[in-house]
Design a protein around this ligand. Structure first.
Ligand code: ADP
Length: 654
């Protein structure tokens, strides 16, 4: 064994913070550390089987892949060993010394802000800490690993405080062994020890029963006969010390949950599988099973998580479920199996008739896989619809966490558009607290209302106070308040629901009310039109750099002016979204609408009649335009000039 290669490293900052938390662990369910180690070991076994399958020249032994647990009560150690893929020295440093998860910084920030221990515990549960969970129960952890195909192994050791050491070992077996030196027993917390075989059995059974590799436990090393009289286990054969050592026992049933019938599996077992797959420490919101028989047979076990991961909207978010072929793990994050708008769905799909060598590219092309993708999407949407009617609270959680993603489906998935619209809900002026479905909206529509009205923007408050809402508020007409960025996009691709067009209250002309009211309004409009014709023509010309038209408004009751888009024009928000994505779009001018009943507009009209061409009129026209921009949360083209003009005018009123 060479020691000259020993190196000491510092943990990355985030890793250090996380470890600090683990050492002073505020997480009450410490048992899960073993689940995490077994989960990693199981992944390593999946990987080596696959690697050997793909590369027959790989120097790897896959004849007896398994996980071993060895407990030594007197030495107070617990070892979890696998003969899987292992890690190279560089991998050990990269994978164990740092945290790659992009959500970590956010997580740690939230953790710092968490008010009490239980809030902090909830956050840890949401995030999951993998290998580092070992430091909840161990004061020192040693990992010895050798990557399959490599000749030298690596030893990693740390107490979790600040630094770790790495050195090279010559005689490491293929795979990884993690040895925990257990903390002194904390009898107030628990009366057992993690080196107790009964406790290990219990934890494996509870958290890792479904693991498809055998988890074996060697009998306890024999202490001097009768030394402490305890420990019935492993006592068989004690009278003959020359006999072959008793065989290790296998602790898990290894049954693939998706292949068992519903009544054979408890919810808890499903939840543990979910946690293994998703690295989430919280229970899922819903479990979905699907068995497809016939020419293309497969089983799916899918989960809706109970909370959105931090990186759901990041570019490289790993989406999709795990793919198995006839119980053999093939790949993680199989994106061909789920549409992107359901990328948060976790689970397993086990197909009978695929090649074990199937690649991602092949899957994308495969017709059977495309059919599977559609069927799975339909099943998920049907489940959400069921939740909505049968478990409104869980539906509300689902929608709060994932609604913004699901709505992406409205843009491209024509086939499921109706199903998507049925499961969607939206904030509304009808109720401040509870979102509404489109069905409920339509049911509330008063006679004479032909459209479903909405407004898009940044926040509920901004939308509620928008000038575009004035007439709708005055007339008590319900408007959907859409504040997710994706809303700007899908509203343009969904023309109607239940025969009712979707209409932005910030676009086109507004004509509300009964036939009689409309006629009345039309009469009034004609009158105004005559009165204001001169002003409108002049202002349209004066502001033509900024707007395509100045016209009278039927949507304002309080504000003097607002900006609206033509019915089929791109909105400014959408325009800036496209720009942010690097697409160049020509700038679309909007329409400036004036409120003929507003004193400022009336005064301007009168002044224009009396002394057209006056500088003050020109400035007032510009101010009106800038005020309309400000009212919808925009910025005047020349803020300094705006402020100067305003200051001049205010001064004159003093
Ligand atoms: P996670 O499992 O959530 O990725 P961990 O901190 O538990 O996070 O592990 C980090 C990485 O270290 C794993 O993704 C894996 O690549 C590697 N690793 C951990 N344990 C093992 C193991 N027993 N065999 C091989 N690689 C492992």
């Amino acid at each position: 064994m060479s020691t000259e290669t020993t190196e000491t490293f510092e943990f990355q900052v985030e890793a250090r913070q996380l470890l600090h938390l683990m050492i002073h662990s505020i997480y009450s369910n410490k048992d899960v550390f073993l689940r995490e180690l077994i989960s990693n070991a199981s992944d390593a076994l999946d990987k080596i089987r696959l690697a050997a399958l793909r590369d027959s020249s790989l120097d790897a032994d896959i004849s007896d892949l398994h996980i071993d647990i060895e407990a030594d009560k007197s030495a107070r150690t617990l070892t979890v060993r696998d003969n899987g893929i292992g890690m190279s020295r560089d991998e050990v440093v990269a994978l164990i010394g740092t945290i790659a998860n992009s959500g970590t910084a956010q997580f740690l920030k939230e953790l710092k802000e968490a008010e009490d221990a239980s809030a902090a515990e909830g956050l840890i549960g949401q995030f999951g800490v993998g290998f580092y969970a070992s430091f909840m129960v161990a004061d020192e952890v040693t990992l010895v690993t050798r990557r399959a195909g490599e000749s030298q192994g690596t030893r990693w050791t740390s107490t979790g405080e600040g630094t770790y050491t790495v050195d090279t070992v010559d005689d490491a077996p293929q795979g990884t062994a993690v040895t925990l030196h257990l903390k002194p027993e904390d009898t107030e917390d628990r009366l057992y020890d993690y080196a107790e075989p009964w406790k290990i059995r219990e934890i494996v059974k509870r958290y890792s029963d479904f693991i498809t590799w055998p988890v074996r436990m060697a009998p306890e090393p024999r202490t001097d006969a009768g030394a402490d009289g305890s420990g019935g286990e492993g006592a068989e054969g004690a009278e003959n010390t020359d006999a072959a050592p008793p065989a290790p026992e296998t602790l898990n049933s290894m049954k693939a949950l998706w292949a068992r019938s519903r009544d054979e599996v408890t919810d808890e077992e499903y939840h543990e599988l979910y946690k293994h797959i998703s690295h989430d420490w919280q229970d899922p919101l819903e479990t979905i099973r699907l068995q497809a028989e016939g020419t293309f047979e497969y089983q799916a076990l899918l989960f809706l998580p109970s909370h959105a991961p931090h990186d759901l909207f990041n570019q490289g978010y790993k989406r999709g479920v795990q793919l198995y072929v006839k119980r053999v793990f093939i790949m993680e994050d199989c994106d061909a199996l789920m549409p992107s708008y359901l990328r948060f769905v976790k689970g397993v799909v086990d197909a009978q008739d695929l090649s074990l060598n199937v690649s991602r590219e092949m899957l994308q092309q495969d017709r059977q896989i495309q059919l599977m993708n559609r069927r799975l999407a339909k099943k998920v949407l049907a489940t959400v619809k069921d939740l909505r009617t049968k478990a409104p609270e869980r539906y509300a959680t689902f929608w709060r966490e994932f609604g913004a993603v699901v709505k992406e489906g409205l843009i491209g998935d024509y086939e499921n558009r109706d199903a998507l619209l049925e499961v969607s809900s939206f904030a509304t002026t009808h109720d401040e607290e509870a979102p509404t479905t489109l069905r409920q909206y339509v049911e509330r529509m008063p006679e004479g209302q032909e459209h479903i009205f909405y407004l898009t923007g940044e926040s509920r408050q901004a939308l509620e106070n928008s000038p575009h809402m004035e007439t709708f508020r005055a007339k008590g007409i319900e408007v959907l308040l859409l504040t997710d960025p994706v809303d700007e996009v899908w509203v343009d691709s969904v023309p109607a629901y239940d025969g009712k067009q979707l209409r932005s209250v910030a676009k086109g002309e507004v004509d509300l009310g009964t036939e009689e009211e409309k006629q009345e309004a039309e009469k009034e409009r004609k009158q105004h039109q005559e009165q204001f014709a001169g002003l409108l023509t002049w202002m349209s010309e004066h502001l033509k750099e900024n707007v395509k038209e100045v016209r009278l408004s039927s949507r304002l009751t309080v504000s003097p002016a607002c900006l609206v888009s033509d019915t089929h024009d791109v909105t400014p928000a959408l325009e800036s979204m496209y720009r942010a994505m690097g697409q160049s779009l020509p700038h679309t001018k909007r329409i400036l609408e004036l409120n003929p009943s507003h004193a400022l507009v009336g005064g301007l009209n009168q002044a224009h009649g009396e002394r057209p061409g006056d500088d003050v009129l020109a400035e007032t026209a510009e101010l009106l335009y800038d005020m309309a921009l400000l009212a919808e949360g925009g910025t005047p083209n020349d803020p300094a000039r705006f402020v100067k003009l305003m200051a001049d005018r205010i001064e004159r009123t003093l």
